[in-house]
Design a protein. Sequence first.
Length: 112
Amino acid sequence: MSDRRQVPRYIAEFQSQVSQPPGAPSQSVTLVNLSVSGCSLEGAGSLIAGKDCELTFEQEGQQFRAEATVTWKSSQGEVGLKFLYVSPTDQELLRRICGTLRLQPLIHREEE
């Protein structure tokens, strides 16, 4: 399987909140990597792949919010989110946050 990343991902460890569907009661999760187009979370095993959700977290004293869809889910409770809508203000915050994080190395996998 080849790596399909379109944008760089950054190593992160933020406590975050996610709700599915958007506006429902939220659950605490750990954001483990971040990009300008999405992220991955740990501790989000109750999320349903293919369904929309809302992600929020606080960084730099500001609240970040994104509407997203769950693109993948592992049996260990990890999920991948693709951002569907991020306000211009939150896009600017997201770019600043990514600029302070360490780049996640690419992992190349052999074709199976």
